[in-house]
Design a protein around this ligand. Structure first.
Ligand code: SIN
Length: 522
């Protein structure tokens, strides 16, 4: 093994990035983490409900697999889901070993329930502060292990490299200039693109850059049309869209419309615990039909001490708006939450570019199908992160098999002008308005045109300027819009009002690859 191969570069510091780094170090490698903000700032930090694993006495990986497959609306890759669910117990045991303080009842790990799960199987910590507990614990472990971590540093480009992996071009988060380059294995753990939507549960750093940079570098993508919307984020004009965890509904909270009626019982036999896409769309319909901007989560039937012990973050947050969930209903509305597609990988996290790996939300293994089951996102960062770490120790060639159908996209070229602050707002508004919960061909087409223009915007006036945040956001948004336009059906998180039914010919994964400039083969 060369010295370069022993030094993987890990981009991102959520659960996947931190866990891969720790496991690499335990396996004798010398990883470096690069992260665009502070080490502890990531989407993981804001995860509330928890992490799913079949560890209960009445549960089994097989049941977890079946629930994952059912939620995914006929599109889950069964082999990936089998890996996810069968390796889950061992991976959460790793978290326990690292010191994550999961909540317990009478000495046993407490398990919560979330929508579309047939069993109580969600481990949580600090009540609803699961992501925060995991992030802080893993961060402490990374620092204790002396793993090099470069904060406020961003990946700018991936270029064809040597035998161990691509050349990664990096710069300071504020800087325009390249700071350093590495050549060796690169692990993308950059998370999702939910922050590109105007209404989102994600922090603003979740801008899908990893996807855009990997695509520009030649990696194949898949399933880009599937963006999951979380049904219940706090709604008040001008207030942050704080997540109101689905685990509250798992404990018995119900949804009511402005008139005070429960409306989900008429939509699905599981009512408020129906799959997330169904609940989000039902709420959206209530909002559109009533003209009222939100619906209400009613947890007033739950015991007050349970509410405050199990959901301290939610109770604390809504208290700052004068609400007490044991007395008051919580105003909620859907938000963009999770990117199901991303960089296509095989089950070992290998992308189509030699030496480029992806794990966590940025990766598309097919494990979530068209709609992710709650609690499976933190889990995928661990399960596929472990597999990436083992590959890094003993690299073997491989990669994702081609998607069922692959479309090509030429990189938007030509510098229209340099980027401005409002350009990102245009992406965020365009995605929310036209590539949101309910989509149409007209809206998607118009959005794609705008994103194509934005994807051409330069980061500076220098002729050799690398694409900046706006161009990358524009490209990621363009891929989401184009994929949603191509899929002429409704399935899982992707709903087209002009194609409202599931269609057998679309029981396929849609892939994307770079169209080579004229005269050059890919
Ligand atoms: C939640 O707590 O409702 C979100 C959990 C998830 O997205 O898996």
């Amino acid at each position: 093994m060369t010295e370069a191969a022993r030094r993987p570069l890990i981009i991102g510091s959520g659960i996947a990035g931190l866990y891969v780094a720790l496991r690499c170090r335990e396996l004798g490698l010398r990883p470096t983490i690069v992260t665009k903000a502070r080490l502890e700032e990531s989407n993981t930090r804001y995860a509330q409900g928890g992490i799913a694993a079949a560890i209960g006495p009445d549960d089994s990986p097989r049941r977890h697999l079946e629930d994952t497959v059912r939620a995914g609306d006929e599109l889950v890759d069964r082999a990936a889901a089998r890996v996810l669910t069968s390796e889950a117990p061992a991976r959460v045991a790793d978290l326990v070993r690292y010191g994550v303080p999961f909540d317990t009842v009478e000495g046993r790990i407490a398990l919560g329930r979330e929508a579309a799960h047939s069993r109580f199987r969600t481990l949580h910590a600090g009540g609803d502060a699961t992501g925060l507990s995991i992030e802080e614990t893993l961060k402490r472990r990374v620092l204790d292990a002396g793993i090099e971590a470069r904060e406020r540093t961003i990946l700018r480009a991936l270029r064809p490299g040597g035998r161990d992996g691509p050349i990664a071009v990096l710069s300071h988060a504020d800087g325009k200039d390249v700071e350093f380059e590495t050549s060796g294995p690169v692990v993308l753990a950059t998370g999702g693109a939910g922050g590109l939507y105007r209404q989102s549960s994600n922090p603003s750093i979740a801008t899908g850059e990893g996807v855009a940079i990997a695509f520009r570098g030649g990696a194949r993508l898949a399933d880009m049309e599937f963006i999951q919307f979380h049904p219940t984020a706090f709604y008040r004009e001008g207030a942050p869209r704080f997540l109101i965890t689905e685990a509250l509904r798992g404990e018995g909270a119900v949804l009511r419309n402005e008139a005070g009626d429960r409306f989900l019982t008429a939509v699905h036999r599981d009512g408020e615990l129906a799959p997330r896409d169904i609940v989000a769309r039902a709420i959206d319909r209530e909002i559109v039909n009533s003209g009222h901007p939100c619906v209400y989560l009613d947890a007033t039937a739950l015991p007050r001490d349970l509410l405050f012990a199990r959901f301290p973050s939610v109770c604390h947050f809504v208290a700052s708006f004068g609400l007490d969930p044991s007395r008051d209903q919580i105003p909620v509305a859907p938000v963009a939450h999770y990117m199901i597609g991303g960089v296509a990988t095989d089950l070992e996290g290998r992308s189509s570019l030699p030496g480029l790996y992806a794990a966590g939300e940025v990766a598309a293994t097919g494990v979530h199908g068209a709609n992710r089951l709650a609690g499976n996102s933190l889990l995928e960062g661990l399960v596929f992160g472990e597999r990436v770490a083992r590959q890094l120790l003993r690299p073997a060639s491989g990669g994702p098999r081609p998607a069922d159908r692959t479309l090509e996209l030429a990189l938007p070229t030509g510098i229209a002008r340099t980027e401005e602050a409002e350009d990102l707002e245009e992406v965020r508004g365009g995605l929310w308005d036209d590539v949101g919960i309910v989509r149409t061909a007209d809206g998607l087409g118009a959005a794609a045109e705008r994103f194509e223009r934005l994807a051409r915007i330069a980061s500076s006036t220098r002729a050799d300027a690398l694409p900046g945040p706006v161009a990358n956001a524009g490209l990621t948004a363009l891929l989401i819009a184009r994929a949603a336009l191509a899929r002429t059906e409704s399935r899982g998180a992707h709903f087209r009002s002009d194609w409202p039914q599931r269609r057998a010919q679309w029981r396929i994964h849609l892939g994307w690859r770079l169209k080579a400039p004229a005269g050059r083969a890919t």
